[in-house]
Structure formats: C-alpha cells, structure tokens
Design a protein around this ligand. Structure first.
Ligand code: GDP
Ligand code: MG
Length: 172
C-alpha cells in the first residue's frame, strides 16, 4: 500500500472540510463548524492493482496562513487549493496561498473551484485559465454538497501520484 499525504488549503469557509467529509463519509452538512487545528482523515482506494491510502490533512482557515505552510506541508505528496465560486476574494486568497506553498514544495497541486451547485459570481477568463494551467496540475469544478466531481478529483489525483511514484521507481 502506498500512503499519500494530501493537504487541503484555501481561505476559510470555501468548503475544505466539506469536501473531505463528502469524499470520506459521503455526507454534507449545512452547519458551519470551524475546524480547529488540523484534522487528518484517511481513505484507501484501489487503482488497478495498487492500493493508495490518502491521508487528507484539513486545516482551519486562517488569515495569517503564512505561519503554518512549511510545517503543514512537510511530506505532502500533493495539495488542493480550494476556492469558492460564490466569492471572488477566495480566488485571490487561494492564489496567494499557492504562492506560499510553492516556496516549500513542488508536489502536484490541484485547483478546486467549489460550490458548483450555487450560481457563480465570478469566472476565470481565457487568459486566467491559461495562467492557472501553469500553476496547477489539475483543475476541477466541485460541489461538496452534491458530490459533483469530488470522487473524480481524488481519483485523478491518485492516478497522477501513482504515475509520479512509478516514474521514481523506474528512474532509480
Ligand atoms: P472550510 O472552512 O473551508 O473548511 O469550509 P466548510 O467545509 O466548513 O464549509 C463552509 C460552509 O460552506 C458550510 O456552511 C458548508 O455547508 C458550505 N459548503 C461547503 N461546500 C459547499 C458546496 O459545495 N456547496 C454549498 N452549497 N455549500 C457548501
Ligand atoms: Mg474547515
């Protein structure tokens, strides 16, 4: 079994905790509970003959996010920047957080534009889309509420990480 640490990052209340809950437990709650500190959930999936155990690190949204990056991201195989499609400021915060994360890791990164079940108040225009293609390995439009694209996002990430792991082995 291959263990992969994945960190959820992003502004507060974009849906980090809800995405993990939807993915691991298949449930959604409208109730807003701030995550205190770090919570680690585990989920194992099988891809072809490989078992991948995700360790999903979910941290409380924090305005002074620069203080935790290094410790939180240590040993991560990937991270997900979550933004909220009903709040454009969450994109700016997400991009800032990504810049900080990039100072400590070069692991694969995903941009999850969450709350796709709600009307969007902002869109990425073509030039932004191009720019973000370079910043992120993958982009998904997700809903922690309906579950849209949640499994797909983690499955695609697992496949990408397996490919990286296999590349490591074959180049050794
Ligand atoms: P976090 O601070 O990033 O962990 O955000 P939470 O997961 O706690 O979610 C913040 C609020 O947004 C909660 O009220 C959730 O119910 C709500 N929420 C999260 N994801 C979605 C989503 O995909 N759709 C909708 N409609 N609400 C969501
Ligand atoms: Mg949370």
């Amino acid at each position: 079994m291959i263990q992969k640490k994945i960190c959820l990052l992003g502004a507060s209340s974009v849906g980090k905790t809800s995405l993990v809950k939807q993915y691991v437990q298949g449930i959604f709650s409208e109730k807003y509970l701030t995550t205190i500190g770090v919570k680690i959930d585990k989920k194992t999936i099988t891809i072809e003959n490989d078992e991948v155990q995700f360790m999903l690190w979910d941290m409380e949204g924090n305005d002074s996010y620069n203080v935790f990056q290094e410790r939180y991201l240590r040993g991560a195989s990937g991270y997900i920047i979550v933004v909220d499609q009903t709040r454009s400021s969450s994109l700016l915060e997400g991009i800032d957080i990504n810049t900080l994360a990039r100072q400590v890791t070069d692991c694969p990164a995903i941009l999850a534009v969450n709350k796709s079940d709600l009307p969007a108040t902002w869109h990425l225009d073509n030039s932004e889309n191009e720019a973000y293609k370079n910043l992120f390995d993958l982009q998904f439009s997700t809903s922690a509420k309906t579950g849209a694209n949640v499994e797909e996002m983690f499955l695609t990430l697992a496949k990408l990480l397996l490919r990286c792991t296999n590349d490591d082995i074959t180049t050794k």
